[in-house]
Design a protein around this ligand. Sequence first.
Ligand code: PLP
Length: 396
Amino acid sequence: MICNEKMYALGSKRSVIRELFEYGKMRKAAVGEENVFDFSLGNPSVPPPPEVKETLTRLLLTPNETALHGYTSAQGDKSVRETIAKNYEKAFGFSFDPDLLYMTCGAAASLTISLNAIVKDESDEIVTFAPFFPEYRVFTEKAGATLVPVAPAEGLDIDLDALKKALTNHTRAVIINSPNNPSGVVYSQEKLEAVAKILSDASDTFGRPIYLISDEPYRALVFDKKPSCLPLLYKNTIVCYSYSKALSLPGERIGYIAISPLADEAQETYLAVCGAGRALGYVCAPSLFQYLVKECDEMTADIGVYRANRDRLYGALTEMGFECAYPSGAFYLFMKSPTGDASELSEAAKKMDILVVPSDSFGCAGYVRIAYCVSPEMIERSLPAFKKLAGVFFKK
Ligand code: PLP
């Protein structure tokens, strides 16, 4: 093969999620859209807040089109970064420096840029908590490091002892994702404080700072409490944010990286982020959407729909006998396979035209992921099928 084998392998193999989504399209054509309960994909189902359309329309009517669609600074427009920093301080009481903020094409770009900025050699390890977003492995390996998953504690919570054991003198960073994809679990403030203490101690023991990469595309989607502010807990924090889910704009590709000004070598780390952005060809995130988020940064799509879906589905499934970790955020439910075999449950569900993703690719065996970012009507229509599925596993 004359092209790169690793890239070929990545490109030629569809993810389990995409595979299921494609199957769903085929099945809908065969049996009718309303008879397939497709919970495969994490695509927001609520529209962006109305202000998004208003702002876009106003921006598009601006007389200065050349500036609107032109390049901004490589790291993003300064006034956009200043506004984001100001809003973050208002929300969390923590001041980011706009000159340590880098606008990106969403959380995926924020992660790849951050990882490429900090990985130094191939012995570097990036620790993360299972279950985890499968692309962490792809991004980490492309940056030249190895992903080290930490198995969860009861309730898919963080296992602090397992974290301690996973940290070594090769650990460059820990990726944390709360609210979590695929479990919907939001880690408690106490748990995050304990993680911060462990990372500080390990940084001292190994004589090199461990970065905490906080992957936050679901930060705005917390239903029952206020999201925690990681930079307030741990100095060497890099926040990777995205507006994909917060504003229901996943196709527009906009987000940012914010390095804590308290981080060791914050300025050098930021310049490495600028360098990685340059090397990966990620300079100047889409200008129109930079200007949009400047005005809509503090808004959120109507998460009431997700909360209602969560309540209905979690209530109904647990009533039927299924076990799920309580999802306080995002729009995912992680349901335990009654036999311990994820594929067995997802295949049985498929027979009832319920499409749910087996958990193995999330680094955690024995569950299925249900993306409930769907219409409330579909949730209602799906319940008899779930009931039938329960009948397969829980015989009276
Ligand atoms: N991180 C997590 C945990 C995600 O679930 C996703 C997308 O679903 C991403 C990162 C990538 O987000 P974006 O669409 O902003 O690139």
